[in-house]
Design a protein around this ligand. Structure first.
Ligand code: CA
Length: 202
């Protein structure tokens, strides 16, 4: 073989070898574990998911802790706590303030809850207190509703010395009276009264 022909054959053989190596590098590698220390996208997604779950759990814990503080400062009855608020407000302002604090205007659902609220108010405000209760007949006169708009299943009207409710359309909100041992009176919603918020225990 002439030197020039031998050189050509050698060149073609080298080219073929190079092509073979490149094609083997291009093939996808199957079942290859990530190198040690290498963070994959799925690992990042899993970590994000776990962080979200931890944040959600932390928020629940914070809510429970806040509720425990409320219950320690106030009074617990059944599955709710009542907490005395520091100012006098109109019915609507009091209701809004309770919502701002994460609760609702105190609304006894039975005699036990009413007695607990009355007793707590008596101890903290004295015997002659008058506090708002979360019941009103603003929408339809004589149709007493709670703060969620449902009909009130429990009422505790004073009927011994007067015939409550007796204020008609001038009195659409309800106050619990200490001097009447926890009985209720209908009152003008714009009056300034002390109030308590209630917080439901989950
Ligand atoms: Ca009324």
């Amino acid at each position: 073989m002439q030197p020039r022909g031998a050189f050509l054959v050698l060149f073609v053989l080298c080219l073929l070898q190079e092509t073979r190596e490149q094609s083997s590098k291009a093939k996808p590698r199957k079942n290859v574990a990530p190198k040690k220390g290498l963070v994959t996208l799925s690992m990042i997604e899993e970590i994000k998911k776990q962080i979200s779950q931890i944040q959600a759990d932390l928020n629940v814990l914070k809510e429970h802790q806040a509720l425990q503080i409320v219950c320690l400062r106030g009074v617990k009855v059944h599955r709710k706590c009542f907490l005395k608020m520091p100012e006098q407000k109109s019915f609507h302002e009091a209701a809004d303030d309770c919502i701002l604090h994460g609760g609702t205007l105190s609304t006894p659902l039975n005699h036990d809850e009413n007695d607990a609220l009355y007793d707590y108010a008596r101890k903290t405000l004295g015997d002659d207190h008058h506090i708002w209760v979360g019941i009103n007949d603003i929408t339809v006169e004589g149709d007493w509703m709670d703060m969620t708009g449902n009909g009130a299943n429990f009422t505790n009207w004073e009927t011994y010395t007067s015939k409550q409710p007796d204020g008609g359309t001038r009195a659409n909100c309800v106050a619990l009276s200490g001097s009447a041992i926890g009985k209720w009176f209908d009152e003008s919603c714009s009056l300034q009264k002390r109030y308590f918020c209630q917080f439901t225990i989950p």
